[in-house]
Design a protein around this ligand. Structure first.
Ligand code: C5P
Length: 220
């Protein structure tokens, strides 16, 4: 099975504070993005990586890729305004039938395990679309714009979604084409697949697979 990993890394990280986009902040003296890329180097099932970044960060990123001896980054392409635009730009450079499975993983989730990535690839090959998720531990409520509760939701039917999300190549490419044509925007890739009417399988995510969003997350 041929698989590529798309890593959207073109965010500006406004919730993170500081002068650097969060994917370039360092953890153990290595940029978070490089930690994430190193992970895919170690997974034989991933044949190549496509990286979407802000063009002004390209030179530095290429330098880091060389310094850390990363061999799987096949293409570096410009990101877009939203994460979805960055992923769409990445999908656009893939030839039809070039890959069987495409996985999409946030640059700012460096702690995902190889086991979960492999499970996503294999399950995507079987079902067409798969996402990792965790059941909420807290009670979840819906609130209005004045800060008052509208209702308490049934948490047994809810889940908090992570990446990597995995798809058969034709499923994700056709779903993105339809969504972009119809100007349908969402906060994860699976939502576009759902919009196209394909079933999406959910498997267990990992508590350690955190998305680095604030300074607190990096200390944590
Ligand atoms: O902003 P958020 O935390 O949702 O970003 C998730 C991932 O998407 C990050 O790796 C970020 O760099 C990437 N992103 C992107 N292009 C954007 C916005 C976010 O590639 N325009």
């Amino acid at each position: 099975m041929r698989c590529t990993a798309i890593i959207p890394a073109a965010g500006i990280g406004t919730r993170f504070g500081g002068s650097l986009p969060k994917q370039f902040s360092e953890y153990e003296s290595i940029p978070i993005l490089i930690h994430t890329l190193k992970l895919f180097e170690r997974i034989p099932e991933v044949n190549s990586v496509i990286l979407a970044i802000t063009p002004s960060w390209e030179e530095y990123t290429r330098e880091m890729i060389t310094v850390h001896g990363l061999e799987k980054v096949q293409k570096i392409i410009p990101g877009g305004k939203e994460r979805q635009d960055s992923v769409f730009n990445s999908l656009n450079i893939i030839e039809p039938n070039e890959f069987d499975v495409i996985i999409i993983h946030d640059a700012v989730r460096p702690f995902v395990s190889s086991e979960l990535v492999r499970k996503i690839i294999n399950t995507a090959g079987e079902t067409g679309a798969v996402i990792p998720a965790l059941k909420p531990k807290e009670t979840i409520k819906q609130f209005d714009d004045k800060g008052f509760i509208i209702k308490t939701l049934d948490r047994t039917v809810l889940c908090a979604v992570q990446t990597p999300q995995g798809f058969k190549s034709d499923v994700i490419i056709s779903s993105y084409k339809k969504a972009m044509k119809e100007n349908f925007y969402a906060t994860d890739d699976a939502a576009l697949v759902e919009y196209s009417g394909f079933p999406v399988k959910v498997i267990d995510g990992e508590e350690t697979n955190i998305k680095i969003t604030t300074q607190f997350d990096i200390h944590f």
